[in-house]
Design a protein. Structure first.
Length: 98
């Protein structure tokens, strides 16, 4: 499954709501994380969209200049942090409901 990760400056964070309102994009898996929660320095929000290539392209159009699409090693590094964060959350739920 295709995915893209975008870095959005805090002042442009409201664009995430625009993404969620789009019919095509909103049907994809969408996660947002604050940079600090991922252990990354800075005052940004990271948006991960996983799903259909067409929906990811649509998201890029909506985001325009308000977000930076991560590529290469940077994209992989941030994705690993998203995955680790999800696993940590799942372990916590398992502990509560286990």
């Amino acid at each position: 499954m295709a995915y893209a990760i975008f870095e959005i400056k805090k002042e442009n964070e409201s664009v995430v709501e625009e993404i969620k309102k789009d019919d095509l994009v909103s049907r994809q898996s969408i996660w947002t994380r604050d940079a600090k929660s991922l252990g990354i320095e800075g005052d940004s929000v990271f948006l991960k969209i996983e799903g259909d290539e067409e929906a990811i392209k649509k998201a890029e159009e909506i985001l325009g200049e308000r977000a930076k699409k991560l590529e290469g090693e940077e994209r992989e590094r941030v994705n690993e942090k998203f995955i680790a964060d999800e696993e940590k959350a799942s372990e916590g739920m398992g502990f509560i409901f286990g």
